[in-house]
Each structure stands twice: as C-alpha cells, then as structure tokens.
Design a protein around this ligand. Structure first.
Ligand code: SF4
Length: 344
C-alpha cells in the first residue's frame, strides 16, 4: 500500500492557458489551472488532470449480486463491492450521500491507497464471482476501476458497474471489453427533472444505455419511483417504451420504492399500488422482466414463454427452481435471458 496522493487521470483534452476539458463524464467540465470539476474529485495542475480518489476506498463489502440489483447475472453469486468518495450528480434523495457528496462537503481524508491487486485478492478470497463498482458513482473513480477490472479478468472475476449512466461514449468505448454487466439508473424520463433535482441531463444517460447494450454488456435498468418527482404514469410509460424500443424487451427493469432520505425527508414512501400498477403497465407493453424492489416479499423470475417460476427470491436468498443446467426452462425449453445462468 502506498500513501494516498494524486494520480494521473485519463480521458481529457489540453486547452489554452493550462485549462483542460475532462471527457470522463457527460458534464465535460472545462477546468482552470488549480481548479476542480463538478465532481470535486478531479483537479487540474498546470494543464495536467489528476484524480484524487485512486485507491481511496470508502466502502468494501461482500454483497449478493441481487443487491446491486442484477437479477440475470450469475444469480445467487457474491459481488465484492467497492467505492471511493464522490459523484457527478447531487440527487436530493441519495441514500449514500455521506460518501457520494463527501468531496463537496469536506476535505477528503488522507488515507492509504489500496492497490488494485488487493481488491482482486479479496474478491478471490471471499469466493466472489464479480467485483461491483457501486455505492457512489463508479465513473468518478474510473481510473481505479479500470485497473482493478483488468486484473479481475486475468483472475477470472467479472466486473459490474452500478451507475447513473452519465458517462461519455469515449469512456464506454475504452472500458467495455472489461465490463461484463451494468445496472444503470434511469431516474426520470424528463430532462428538467435531471437538471433540477440531480444536476445532470437525461439524454447522455439514455445514450450510455444504448451504447452499453450495443457493446454486449449485460444491462439492467433501475428506476426509484419518487412521489411527485417521476411517478406520472405517462412519464413511466415513456420510459418503459424507451426500454422496449431501444434496449430490448429482455432488459430487466427494477422499480424501487422510495423511502425518505437526505434532502427529501418530508416525503412519504412510494405507495405500493404505484409500483404494482407500473409493473403491470410495463408487462402490458411487452417488457419480459420487471421487478419491484425495496419491498419485502417473495419474487420470482418467470419464463417469458410459459410463465413457470425459474428463480425465486426472498430478500437476498435466491433459489433456482425451474432451470436446467443450460439455463433453459424445464417446462418449455426456452432460455432465460442473462449471463451466468445455470440450473441447480
Ligand atoms: S468526471 Fe465529470 S464532473 Fe468530474 S471533472 Fe470530469 S467531467 Fe467534470
């Protein structure tokens, strides 16, 4: 382990007067000498861009892959889950705001840097099938996740991003050979909501989803339904249509229940009826796999052809019940969409 320090950043352009343009996320910040970008984790020194969070871990846990959530990617496996501080958004309902907003709120603690090899060793030692870059926005710690990802693949471990999707095409083009799966939040389907409540924009997120899918990365989408923010049925219908038309009906859609958080403590939790109605609407439109999240209960992945239960989940307990060793339905023989699906 080495002492925490600045580390050269990737993906930026030199501009006049020692300014730089960061091309990692869709903000494309133009940063003056001695300045920082919107995320507050990338800073310019004399025309050279650095990251402040390389190896500066703020969280490490072994989580069920279902917690990401990814339901069609090595179901029942564990994901070694890591984060460094920071985010390029500032969502008012963020459940991890203490670490996602840390670079904006306080001086970053001067920790010791954990080298990528140590993460892969921990993943192997804990029997994790994948490493998940999660909790905060992994785009913001791209250089670190990229180095960990390359070593992970050499060791036979998969890589998973849990992201707001506000990345640039250049980043996806550079990274996708090492990225096996992603869960991308589509947090609303109105650009105005992205601008006002998150400090982002909608279209770059949609473009990332299209690009990840086209690159062969297994993609699942999550929408946290927040009362009064994105629960208009027409908006949710438009979002479902985007998933169907642009990403494909086999793309799982996770509808998560909101609980009061951060700057939105005055709101009530999402009514369960809205979640079930949205699920029914999406299924009516032809989406194959829609899941309700943040609500206790037993939930199944059903065969899209015959409706047989294939995988049953209660909390984070996962049982594969209707699949053969090739991952096809034991009743009708149609294959379950996903990666790493096996019977048992
Ligand atoms: S990662 Fe995004 S927010 Fe951070 S400096 Fe680069 S463009 Fe700006």
């Amino acid at each position: 382990m080495a002492t925490f320090s600045l580390r050269d950043a990737l993906l930026y352009d030199h501009l006049a007067d020692d300014q730089v343009r960061c091309n990692l996320c869709a903000h494309r910040c133009v940063i003056k000498d001695s300045g920082r970008g919107i995320c507050r984790v990338r800073e310019n020194h004399e025309g050279r861009l650095y990251t402040r969070v390389y190896g500066n871990l703020i969280a490490q846990n072994v989580d069920p892959i279902e917690k990401k959530p990814l339901y069609h990617f090595y179901p029942g496996s564990m994901a070694y889950s890591i984060a460094t501080p920071g985010c390029n958004f500032r969502c008012e309902w963020c459940q991890n705001w203490q670490i996602s907003q840390m670079p904006r709120l306080m001086t970053l603690p001067d920790r010791r840097r954990l080298q990528p090899e140590a993460i892969v060793e921990s993943a192997l030692a804990t029997g994790s099938a994948s490493i998940a870059y999660t909790y905060t926005e992994p785009t913001i710690f791209f250089e670190y996740s990229f180095d960990v990802s390359k070593l992970a693949h050499e060791a036979g471990v998969k890589n998973v991003y849990v992201s707001n999707g506000f990345m640039t095409p250049e980043m996806i083009d550079l990274y996708h050979p090492w990225l096996d799966a992603a869960n991308v939040d589509i947090k609303a389907f109105k650009d105005e909501t992205y601008r006002k409540l998150m400090g982002g924009r909608l279209e770059p997120v949609l473009e990332s989803c299209r690009r990840l899918k086209a690159a062969g990365v297994w993609l699942e989408v999550t929408t946290l339904i927040v009362p009064g923010v994105n629960d208009d049925p027409e908006e949710l219908q438009a979002l479902a249509a985007f998933i169907y038309d642009d990403l494909g009906p086999e793309t799982p859609w996770h509808l998560s229940r909101f609980y009061p958080q951060y700057k939105m403590t005055a709101k009530n939790p999402t009514e369960q009826a809205i979640l079930t109605e949205t699920k029914a609407m999406g299924e009516e439109m032809g989406l194959d796999y829609i899941y309700i999240g943040n609500v206790a209960g037993v939930y199944a992945t059903r065969c899209k052809n015959c409706g047989q239960d294939l995988i049953v989940r209660s909390g984070y307990q996962t049982r594969i019940v209707g699949l053969d060793a090739e991952g096809t339905c034991t009743q009708c023989g149609v294959r379950l969409d996903g990666v790493g699906i096996r019977g048992g």
